[in-house]
Design a protein around this ligand. Structure first.
Ligand SMILES: [Zn+2]
Ligand SMILES: [Zn+2]
Length: 355
């Protein structure tokens, strides 16, 4: 089968013929119909995440935002049949640890990221295996377009879990989203659906326009102002600061701007993982966080049991992940799209839909 294969940091992914996966007892094999191309692919390709134990090795197949159809079912799998349409979270869990048993499979003790380690080859391929399928695979509702839900396993779901479950959001709250890539735009759209007043911040006007289309009440080009936190605060009553800030990018500047945009009692949601520039460390105004009783929360993917919430909101037209998809490409163009993320100009979510 054809797949996009990693051969070294910053070396273009190669489209190659590889052996198709064979099914193990706890697995399903999925024929890929769509797979989002993500900044996380770019991070891994740049060799960014060695400090969190994610270092892709020669021969790894990338791709962690899939939707597709089950074509083979392992002997011990109970919940899936051939022909089921499924998606999969990027952080595959074991289903048995303390966190999995408490509904937090996204932070499983034995988490294996899809398409970042060879033990879980990814979905930039005609087929991919899903380990512990009964715990990890999620049946899609009928009549959804695989392209529209390709980002559900990563960016859209991460933004949803963060805003709906990690922070305490009240209708009318000011939510500032710093960095309007795929996850940032998803956060804008979801915060709007949850009843917040939303401010979108980026340095590319096209992304600000897209944020407005998705429900941002205010937008700010960070290059147009000297002091981003002050400019964000100005949108709020008496410049008191926002209730919730989201760093959807993961560079020191957006993280610090986001924390400094908060008002007293505000909550910061960290979704973006850092680059090799930060190496996982960002300095923060700790004393202000203490005296203002601000919260700093991390959010990582989404537990499998929360997908139903997204599907119910999609069904009633309250959210539409498909609105964030801006481009579809064949497998052959995946290497180029990953490489082009160097300049941060990709708008919305590009999805590969021809394998
Ligand atoms: Zn992703
Ligand atoms: Zn677990």
């Amino acid at each position: 089968m054809k797949a996009a294969v990693f051969h070294g940091v910053e070396e273009p992914l190669q489209i190659e013929e590889v052996e198709p996966p064979t099914v193990e007892d706890d697995q399903i094999i999925v024929e890929t119909e769509a797979c989002g191309i993500c900044r996380s692919d770019w991070h891994a390709w740049k060799g960014d995440w060695s400090w969190i134990g994610v270092m892709p090795t020669d021969g790894l197949i990338f791709g962690h935002e899939p939707a597709g159809t089950v074509v083979e079912v392992g002997d011990n799998v109970e919940r899936f049949r051939e022909g089921d349409q499924v998606t999969v979270p990027f952080n595959l869990s074991d289903g048995t640890c303390h966190h999995c048993r408490n509904g937090r499979g996204n932070i499983c003790e034995q988490v294996v990221p899809l398409g970042f380690l060879k033990m879980a080859p990814g979905a930039f391929a005609e087929r991919f295996p899903v380990r512990k399928a009964d715990h990890n695979a999620i049946k899609l509702p009928e009549n959804v377009d695989p392209v529209d839900v390709a980002a559900l396993g990563c960016r859209f779901a991460t933004a949803f879990h963060g805003l709906a479950h990690r922070v305490d959001i009240t209708p009318g709250d000011w939510v500032a989203v710093h960095g309007l890539g795929g996850v940032g735009l998803s956060a804008v759209h979801i915060a709007d659906a949850l009843g917040a007043n939303v401010i979108g911040i980026d340095i590319i006007d096209e992304k600000l326009d897209k944020a407005e289309e998705l429900g941002a009440d205010e937008t700010l080009n960070a290059n147009d102002v000297k002091d981003v936190p002050q400019a964000v605060k100005k949108f709020t009553e008496s410049s008191r600061g926002v209730d919730i800030s989201v760093d959807a990018l993961g560079v020191a500047e957006t993280c610090q701007n986001a924390v400094n945009s908060l008002g007293k009692g505000g909550q910061h949601l960290q979704i973006g993982l850092t680059t090799s520039e930060e190496g996982g460390n960002v300095s923060l105004p700790v004393d202000n966080i203490v005296m203002d009783e601000r919260d700093f929360k991390g959010s990582f993917g989404m537990p499998p049991n929360q997908y139903e919430e997204i599907f119910r909101m999609m069904d009633r037209g309250k959210i539409d992940p498909g609105k964030i998809v801006t481009e579809t490409v064949p497998l052959e163009e995946v290497p180029e799209v990953v490489q082009s993320m160097d300049d941060y100009e990709t708008v919305g979510i590009p999805v590969c839909n021809e394998f």
